[in-house]
Ligand binder design. Structure first.
Ligand SMILES: [Zn+2]
Length: 461
């Protein structure tokens, strides 16, 4: 091929990809399509690197099993309040084709902020050449999709070893699975939660146990905080939690209403009132703060930005129903649901709860993880319990084993009927708590929109 024909070949590829996007929208496949990106990557495998070159202020990548969507929102708000126009993807578009589609749609944004699927991170980081990479956590999640967590940790280890030195690495010190990835002499901006008033008595489940990545022995915890996250050390070798440079030194949880958080950084303190409840969101805010610091944003900009961030769709989103409020807490894996349960237990009075469980591809087809959730403490606090979704009966069995009385358990796989029942049973003027799995959340959202109670189009899956 003659060199002079290259630009026109390139233009042609981009033209075809954009046309594919228009065609796919006309076919009614929705705004979240990844079709243009998929088409472009077939024609030009190097397209992500080409397109990312247009981001004059660079990019940041965030990866995790839990919390990347919310952390990306928190960081986007910091960047926007710092005067940077941000191009960002959503949870539904966190693979190569989705990110390419987002890059194709760029107008005048100068900075790219990407939440990225754990397994896809190494290849995408290589193409995007981000200024900052945030490694947040690896929880047991959708194991049927990837196999072992160790495999992903090893993939991340390869990524870290090959990374250009100018890329800043922001890593969760409280996750023993992220220690010893192969950082060598590289500087790591460690973040973590220092406030041990929220420590649990023990790591809740065998599934959360972690082995030392250096010597293979089990790690022990001086302060287990959230699943396998906490203040940990290996008893056999000297590997231990790194001292976080950006640390949540004070976390005052306020039930489902939010929390007050103080985060220490090398440039001063960040003090925020978060609209996001639960210790998991303290981790998200601390991760976002560390990334913002790595990008040169000052604490006085970060503090109000964290406070101004509204919950992502389905992540502590509040919807006004006829007789009460509904608070939607995404429930996609044991660590996340245990956090939701802990947050609900901080509420006063009896609780009205609806739980939805599907086993579609986006949920993970293996629903046995519900046996790793501590639903037990919830049971004495329940006024009403409605179980719904494709696997409602699995939930029914789980609650029966947890010791719930038969008359408390109401199983209704049909979501609209379950919603009718749950709202009828819930206290007037109170809050109905909904804990749906990912696609159950999409179904719930669709039903709420159909009923005219939720009108805002969701933009953050
Ligand atoms: Zn060890």
């Amino acid at each position: 091929m003659a060199l002079s024909t290259m630009p026109s070949m390139r233009r042609l590829a981009y033209g075809i990809a954009r046309a594919a996007g228009v065609a796919s929208r006309r076919l009614g496949r929705g705004g979240g399509t990844s079709v243009p990106g998929a088409v472009l990557l077939r024609l030009r495998p190097n397209a992500i690197a080409e397109l990312a070159g247009g981001l004059q202020d660079g990019a940041a990548c965030i990866s995790a099993t839990n919390g990347k969507t919310t952390t990306a929102r928190l960081l986007a708000e910091c960047l926007e309040q710092d005067g940077t126009k941000v191009l960002a993807n959503t949870a539904g578009a966190n693979l190569g084709s989705g990110i390419t589609t987002v890059l194709l749609a760029r107008t005048d944004e100068r900075f790219g902020l990407f939440e990225i699927d754990e397994a896809a991170l190494p290849a995408l980081a290589d193409a995007l050449r981000p200024r900052v990479i945030v490694l947040m956590n690896l929880f047991r999640d959708q194991l049927d999709r990837y196999g072992e967590l160790e495999t992903i940790a090893d993939l991340w280890g390869n990524l870290v070893r090959d990374l250009p030195t100018e890329t800043a690495l922001v890593v969760n010190a409280d996750d023993p699975g992220l220690a010893e990835l192969g950082f060598g002499d590289r500087e790591v901006l460690w973040f973590g939660v220092e406030d041990t008033r929220h420590a649990l008595e023990d790591v809740p489940h065998a599934a959360d146990a972690r082995r030392c990545r250096r010597c293979g022995s089990g790690v022990v915890y001086d302060a287990p905080l959230l699943g396998h996250l906490g203040h940990w050390r290996c008893e056999s070798c000297d590997l231990a939690r790194a001292r976080p440079v950006v640390a949540a030194s004070r976390v005052d949880l306020d039930g489902v209403h939010g929390q007050d958080i103080v985060i220490t950084t090398p440039h001063g303190e960040v003090r925020s009132r978060l609209a996001l409840p639960g210790l998991h969101n303290a981790y998200n805010a601390t991760a976002a703060t560390a990334a913002a610091i790595a990008l040169g944003i000052e604490p006085q900009v970060i503090s109000p930005a964290l406070s101004a961030t509204a919950p992502a769709f389905g992540r502590a989103e509040r919807v006004r129903l006829e007789a009460q409020d509904m608070l939607i807490l995404l429930a996609k894996n044991p660590a996340g649901v245990n956090q939701n349960v802990r947050t609900l237990l901080l509420e006063d009075g009896p609780l009205d709860v609806m739980i939805g469980l599907n086993d579609r591809t986006a949920d993970g087809q293996d629903v046995s993880w519900i046996w790793d959730v501590d639903y037990e403490p919830l049971i004495p606090r329940l006024r009403s319990l409605t179980l719904t979704g494709d696997r409602a009966y699995d939930l029914g069995l789980r609650f029966r084993y947890a010791g719930a009385a038969d008359e408390l358990i109401h199983t209704q796989p049909n979501l609209p009927l379950a919603l009718d029942r749950a709202t009828r049973e819930a206290a007037s003027g109170g809050t109905l708590f909904a804990l749906p799995s990912y696609t159950a959340m999409l179904d719930l959202r669709q039903e709420l929109v159909r009923r005219g109670v939720a009108t805002e189009f969701w933009r953050d899956g």
